[in-house]
Write a protein that binds this ligand. Structure first.
Ligand code: ATP
Length: 402
């Protein structure tokens, strides 16, 4: 196995790190990439506004998740757990013991590569791993890189590979920390979920008013709460909800905000859902007490209202988006249907249902609700009473299936 090792303070991880990590996976053909945040970097002091180790680890996890390569990219807390300075030679020694027969590649950007001979125990580093170096800026490389490669090969018998990033992003964490603290634009240079995580936790002196976020920040916060593989669906739901709302005369802005937040608690554990419901006074029936899948709509609604300050219409649209219910409002139907037919959905009959949603929304709702009931029966799952009531209501209200 070819294993890449990418260390850094990741304070915070940014799009430059991400571009380098992606390029290394592709150009070296890595089977695994380990992202390893340093506890105490030997080369520089951690600045005063540095968040806790847990926050840096979590931000690094968010960057890893944003790469959408879960089988390849992993985050290791090994340096954060180790006492004292985070010497790379120690990390590589531990990894060599963990992966005795594998090829280790240490990934380093310009600043780190050009000073590698001054690190602690460069001879051990070069004996334990190959070196993969890349420029942080398009103009990096050239003579200084070839000279350093020659020096490491000559002095330490290193094997050095120089790669060129196809899309380098010239940014540093220092720059971003300053911009975040000054309230300047920084989001476009951070992986979206990392940006959301920073805002939600008030890191680096940010004081975002979560109750009055603009759309990019609302998206970032929402995406920071979910696994990144879900983001395509959330984006699709946002698009579809806006289209449906405009078509049927619902409030497009509310539909959009409801869609952005509708799945934000999708990955919480049962206990976490229960804690949120208890905190905000949402009573759960017997089925909801044990069916975690039914809970994210209730807890998502709570987070939308109480954390992000969304109005009641948004609260209820999210609240009912999984089970549906009798006598739904237009906005509730729009979100339910958008979630059902958004462009990434692919099931038998989806095209017909998409057409129906724009010609007869109630009939489309009945079709959706009945398909859900059938699916539940096939799987042997209990059906929530609100879904049965929705079915009865849409039938009574004259929606008939062809
Ligand atoms: P700081 O500004 O806090 O010193 P940094 O932006 O240099 O941080 P680090 O976490 O210290 O980031 O860097 C970890 C590794 O990532 C180093 O090998 C570094 O060269 C590389 N790196 C940092 N920024 C970039 C970038 N924009 N493009 C490519 N590689 C980068």
């Amino acid at each position: 196995m070819k294993i890449g090792i990418y260390g850094g303070t990741f304070n915070p991880p940014h799009l430059g790190h991400l571009a380098a990590a992606r390029a290394a996976v592709e150009q070296l053909g890595l089977d695994r990439l380990l992202l390893i945040p340093a506890a105490i970097p030997p080369h520089k002091a951690l600045p005063g506004d540095t968040p806790s180790r847990e926050h840096r680890l979590e931000m690094t996890r968010k960057m890893a998740d944003a790469m959408l390569l879960p089988r390849v990219v992993q985050v290791s807390g090994m340096e954060l757990e180790r006492e004292g300075k985070s010497y790379t030679a120690d990390t590589l020694q531990a990894l060599r013991e963990q992966y005795p027969g594998d090829e280790l590649w240490l990934l380093v950007g310009t600043d780190m590569f050009l000073t590698l001979h001054q690190w602690w125990a460069p001879e051990r580093i070069c004996a334990l791993a190959n070196i993969c170096a890349f420029g942080r800026r398009p103009e990096d490389g050239g003579d200084p890189f070839t000279a350093q490669k020659a020096l490491l090969e000559r002095e330490y018998g290193a094997r050095v590979e120089l790669i060129t990033l196809p899309d380098p992003v010239d940014v540093s964490s220092t720059q971003l920390r300053r911009a975040l603290a000054a309230g300047e634009e920084a989001g476009s240079l951070l992986p979206v979920p990392v940006y959301g995580y920073i805002l939600m936790n008030g890191l680096y002196g940010t004081h975002a008013d979560l109750k009055h976020l603009e759309l990019p920040e609302l998206r970032a916060c929402s995406y920071s709460m979910v696994q990144q593989k879900r983001v395509a669906h959330i984006r699709g739901t946002e698009e579809e909800a806006m289209r449906l709302a405009a078509h049927w005369g619902a409030d497009v802005k509310l539909a959009q905000r409801a869609a952005i937040l509708h799945d934000c608690t999708k990955y919480l554990e049962l206990d976490e859902h229960k804690a949120i419901c208890e905190k905000y006074g949402v009573e759960l029936d017997e089925l909801e007490q044990r069916a975690v899948k039914l809970l994210h709509s209730k807890t998502g609604a709570c987070i939308a209202k109480y954390v992000f300050g969304e109005p009641d219409e948004v609260y209820w649209a999210i609240f009912w988006h999984t089970t549906g219910k009798a006598d739904m409002t237009l906005l509730e139907k729009v979100l339910y249907m958008a979630d059902y037919i958004e462009p990434n959905r692919d099931f038998d009959g989806v095209e017909e249902l998409r057409a129906l949603a724009y010609s007869d929304l109630d009939r489309a709702m009945l079709t959706g609700v009945e398909a859900t009931i059938e699916d539940m029966l096939r799987r042997g799952n209990p059906i929530h009473t609100n879904t049965l009531q929705a079915q009865a209501w849409f039938r009574r209200s004259g929606a008939t299936l062809t």
